[in-house]
Structure formats: C-alpha cells, structure tokens
Design a protein around this ligand. Sequence first.
Ligand code: FE
Length: 232
Amino acid sequence: MLFRQMFDRETCTYTYLIADPNAKTAVLVDPVLEQVERDLQLLKELALTLLYCLETHIHADHITGTDRLRQTTGCQGCVPAGASAACADRHISDGEVLTVGAIAIEAISTPGHTDSHLAYRVNGERLLTGDALFVRGCGRTDFQSGDAGILYDSVTQRLFALPEETVVYPGHDYRGHTCSTIGEEKRWNPRFAGRTRSGFIDFMGQLDLPHPKKMMEAVPANELCGNLAVTA
Ligand code: FE
C-alpha cells in the first residue's frame, strides 16, 4: 500500500493519499483547495487514478479540494451520511467499506466534533481519525453541532476499542506531531487519559477558542463540496 501524509501549513490540515500500487488506484482523504495542484501533480507522477475524495466531516477551517479534484479527475466525492452536502456523489455510513484495489477503508461513526463525523480504518491497521482524535489532543466541540459528551463516547468507546498497535493519523496537528497509536493515546492523551466523561465536558466547555478565520466561507463552501462557482 502507498500511504502519504501531506500537510497544509496555513490550516495545519493533513491530507492523506492512499493507493494500491498494483491496481494504480487511489483515494484522497480531506483534500484542501489550496493544495489541489500539489495533489494532482503527485497523482500524475505516481501514475495513479483517483477514485474517491473522502471527507471525514464538513470542515470549518478550510475549503475542501474535492470539487476541483472531481472536475479534473472524474473521481467521486464522498461525505459522511447525515452531512449537509447534497453535492456529494456518495454518502458513507458507519461500517461501510470502500475498496481501492486491494485496500479496504472502513468508516467508523465518530460524532462529537461534528454530528456526522467519520473516522476511516485502512486495512485494519491505520486509523484516520479526522478531528475526533489528535495526537495528544482532539477537535473542538463548540460549533457545527459539536457535543463534548458525544465526542468522549466516540473516542473512548469506538476508537479506544481498536487494537492498541493501530496507528493514529489525525486530521490536524498544531505542534509538530505526525502520528501516534491507539495505545499511546489511551495512556498519554491529556484530554482523555484519567478523565471522566463529565470532566471532559467541563474541560471542553472552558476552552474558549476563537472561531477559525475561514469559518464563514468554509462551511457553506464545503456543503457544496468546495465548488466556489456556486457560492460566488
Ligand atoms: Fe474540523
């Protein structure tokens, strides 16, 4: 399996390219509009056919590259079931498996950051956690139908139930981390380790973070799969 973690410096977003090098088919998870040329160039150089753009959730901090990539490559845009995005070609539900060559990508319902957020488990060994779980952190829960108690349940009951050696690949990182494991996060993630559900809800309620700079444009644009021609 070809697995690449790519970074957008402005929004600290990770985009993942996952491909079957034999079948030459690929998927991009959480592409960023400003990085579409980078992603297309890499697909071209590696001679990969893009089958899907997969979103972990409707983002508030950046505009998705899905529509631009779909127009260029003919790939399908996939969003979680329940996400407000009629533009999508496919809505993915909990437990659904997407196949890319010999690679199986299983959706795991992990609401809390948003109400329809999905994590994606790749070949049972790597876990794209989106904004449900970061390395030693987690996504915020104070807008977009976020709910701290529901996020606590998603992380502790769904993600922490996976094998400890599962490698965690987050949707963002703000401190220089790239990946982790479920075992490591269970032990060392300060938001969850040794914290009760009510303690987590209290902690998240006190964060008082400023809204993302691009939120007012990003959410409506992402509900259109990033098609700016429609929003303009
Ligand atoms: Fe997010």
